[in-house]
Ligand binder design. Structure first.
Ligand code: NAD
Ligand code: TYD
Length: 347
């Protein structure tokens, strides 16, 4: 079976590709990625010569190219992760998010539909999405699969739009699909623009830790390898036409999370207790900042038996160790363009 994974050189995608290549020798995994600033083939060095793996450099917004690719490989199943994924970047350049997340998804949907419209049996378009499409919660409550969409950032609006198109192709053309909406991921290989890897990198380099607003924003955090396992389960056992929420049952206020991170980093770096906390700097808030995300992941737990395998403390510990052991990876991704981005965003 030929499976197309888009965005496989990114953070979550690389964990999904590795899991599928290792677990399913009968599948051929084609990793299509444009290698934007967030895509990095170093993430997949260990599996790049596996016989059931191929990398294709290409852009999902290039319609001619995507149509040719589907004609050549007739992908029976697609796991679509490619996206612009960082909220702050969506605030400065919303159109880039519409292009990749909405138009790119449309181009893939059309290519998939046109390839299989006469026989959709045993085919699947699996769309990876986020809990941010639901907007924000107050101090209580959880997002369920029936919570209304209410996105607040250009990123979440673009993901919500792509989710709607996937669903609409299911209703209109009978296209077989599943969608999963997951909470914040953390773990190895995450680009250091998102909270946890950014702060790990800044602590290593004794740089300020820029906490937005008062730091009392809440996110649910899931270890990336647990997300990849959930994707494997939904891919094989998810009901067509359904959506599943995926979460870590693990809510943290940003400021509490940052303090835990500082504590673990001080211990690992042999610094004095409290040294890293001194780097915390409250900065101007993110516009339209969602107060709280929290996921009710009981459906995937009940129907597919999935639950996270590691506690947050364990996952964070493994994550920090990985960044400390992979300073070269960190150095590569934080050179050049990253410096410009950082200056624009934080200085
Ligand atoms: P990422 O930014 O680390 O990786 C995105 C990948 O997509 C990169 O490899 C990039 O090169 C590629 N890409 C971007 N534009 C492309 C294009 N036009 N054509 C082809 N490839 C392109 O993102 P991530 O954090 O791994 O997220 C992956 C998916 O999971 C996204 O759809 C995101 O919305 C979703 N998601 C992420 C999180 C999270 O916490 N990171 C949570 C829930 C859902
Ligand atoms: P982020 O990792 O960007 O994920 P998302 O916005 O998709 O939830 O941010 C997680 C939380 O951390 C969010 O409330 C914003 C906050 N944050 C900061 O306080 N400072 C930062 O420099 C960044 C990047 C995020």
């Amino acid at each position: 079976m030929n499976i197309l994974v888009t965005g496989g050189a990114g953070f979550i995608g690389s964990h999904v590709v590795r899991l599928f290549v290792g677990q399913y020798p009968n599948y051929h995994i084609f990793n299509l990625d444009a290698l934007t600033y967030a895509g990095n083939l170093e993430n997949l060095k260990d599996i790049e010569s596996q016989p059931n793996y191929s990398f294709i450099k290409g852009d999902i917004t290039d319609e001619v190219f995507i149509n040719q690719l589907f004609a050549k490989h007739t992908f029976e199943k697609v796991i679509h992760l490619a996206a612009e994924s960082h909220v702050d970047r969506s605030i400065t350049d919303p159109l880039a998010f519409v292009k990749t997340n909405v138009i790119g998804t449309m181009i893939l949907l059309n290519a998939f539909k046109n390839t299989w419209k006469d026989n959709f049996s045993n085919k699947l378009f699996y769309h990876i999405s986020t809990d941010e499409v639901y907007g924000t919660l107050g101090q209580t409550g959880l997002f369920t699969e029936t919570t209304s969409y209410d996105p607040n950032s250009p990123y979440s609006a673009s993901k919500a739009s792509s989710d709607h198109f996937v669903r609409a192709y299911g209703e209109t053309y009978g296209m077989p699909y599943v969608i999963t909406n997951c909470s914040n991921n953390y773990g190895q290989n995450q680009f250091p623009e998102k909270l946890i890897p950014l702060f790990i990198n800044n602590i290593i380099n004794n740089k300020p830790l820029p906490v937005y607003g008062d730091g009392n924003y809440t996110r649910d955090w899931l270890y990336v390898k647990d997300h990849a396992v959930a994707i494997d389960l939904v891919f094989h056992q998810g009901k067509l036409g359904e959506t599943y929420n995926i979460g870590g049952f693990n809510e943290w206020k940003n400021i509490d999370l940052v303090k835990l991170l500082c504590k673990q980093m001080d211990e690992k770096l042999g610094r004095k207790k409290g040294a890293s906390e001194k780097l915390i700097t409250y900065v101007k808030d993110r516009p339209g900042h969602d107060l709280r995300y929290a996921i009710d992941a009981s459906k995937i737990n009940r129907e597919l038996g999935w639950k996270p395998s590691v506690t947050f403390e364990e996952g964070l510990n493994k994550t920090i160790d990985w960044y400390l052991d992979n300073e070269e990876w960190l150095r590569h991704v934080t050179s050049g363009e990253y410096q410009k981005y950082y200056q624009k965003q934080y200085d």
